[in-house]
Design a binder for this molecule. Structure first.
Ligand code: SF4
Ligand code: SF4
Length: 167
C-alpha cells in the first residue's frame, strides 16, 4: 500500500511528542470517519483549539464565548493535560461520532471531523493539505491571537458571547 509521511503534532496535542507516522495518502477521501484507525483519526484534528472554548446552549442554540478552558494553551492552541483531560475536566468532551453528529452542533463549522462527516473537503489551510502544522494559525483559523480569557477569570459567561464567522 502506498503511504505518505505526515507529522503528528496537533493530533497528539503535545508538541513534545511529535512523531512521524505512515498513513495512506488522502486517507480522508477514501474512508468514512467510522473506518479510520486511531492515527488517521488524530491526524484529522487541525489543532484550532476552538472546541476548547466554553459554549452556552440557549433555547436550543449554541453560543460560543471567548472564554477558554483553563487548560487550553492560547499560544499553541493545545491542551496542556491532554492524556489526563477527562480526569481533570469532567465536562471535557471526547471528539467521537456522537459528538460530531450532536444537535445542536457545538463543534465549529471549520472542524475537520464535522466537515468530512457532512460531505465537505478539508480546507486548504488544514495541516494535512498544507503540510505545515502552522497553517491553521497563519490562516487565522485557530484561537491563537484572539482576545480570549481563561474561565478562571470569568463569572458570567453570557458577557463573553462572540459571533465569529468561523464557529
Ligand atoms: S474543533 Fe475540531 S479540528 Fe479544531 S481542535 Fe477541536 S477537534 Fe480539532
Ligand atoms: S481539558 Fe478538554 S476542554 Fe480543556 S483544553 Fe483540554 S481538551 Fe480542551
Amino acid at each position: 500500500m502506498e503511504t505518505k509521511k505526515y507529522i503528528v503534532t496537533v493530533a497528539s496535542r503535545d508538541p513534545v511528542k511529535e512523531a512521524q507516522v505512515s498513513v495512506e495518502p488522502k486517507f480522508w477521501k477514501k474512508k468514512k470517519l467510522e473506518e479510520m484507525n486511531s492515527t488517521e483519526w488524530e491526524l484529522l484534528c487541525d489543532g484550532c483549539g476552538k472546541c476548547c472554548l466554553n459554549k452556552l446552549e440557549i433555547h436550543g442554540k449554541i453560543y460560543y464565548t471567548n472564554v477558554r478552558c483553563r487548560f487550553l494553551d492560547s499560544q499553541s492552541c493545545l491542551c496542556r493535560i491532554y492524556p489526563h483531560r477527562f480526569e481533570k475536566v469532567p465536562d471535557c468532551r471526547n471528539i467521537d461520532l456522537k459528538a460530531i453528529r450532536e444537535r445542536p452542533r457545538w463543534l465549529p463549522k471549520t472542524c475537520a471531523y464535522w466537515l468530512l462527516d457532512n460531505g465537505y473537503d478539508l480546507p486548504s489551510w488544514h495541516p494535512l493539505i498544507s503540510g505545515d502544522k502552522e497553517s491553521v494559525h497563519k490562516a487565522l483559523q485557530s484561537v491563537r491571537g484572539r482576545l480570549i480569557i481563561s474561565e478562571s477569570e470569568v463569572e458570567h459567561y453570557e458577557d463573553y458571547i462572540v459571533d465569529w464567522k468561523d464557529i
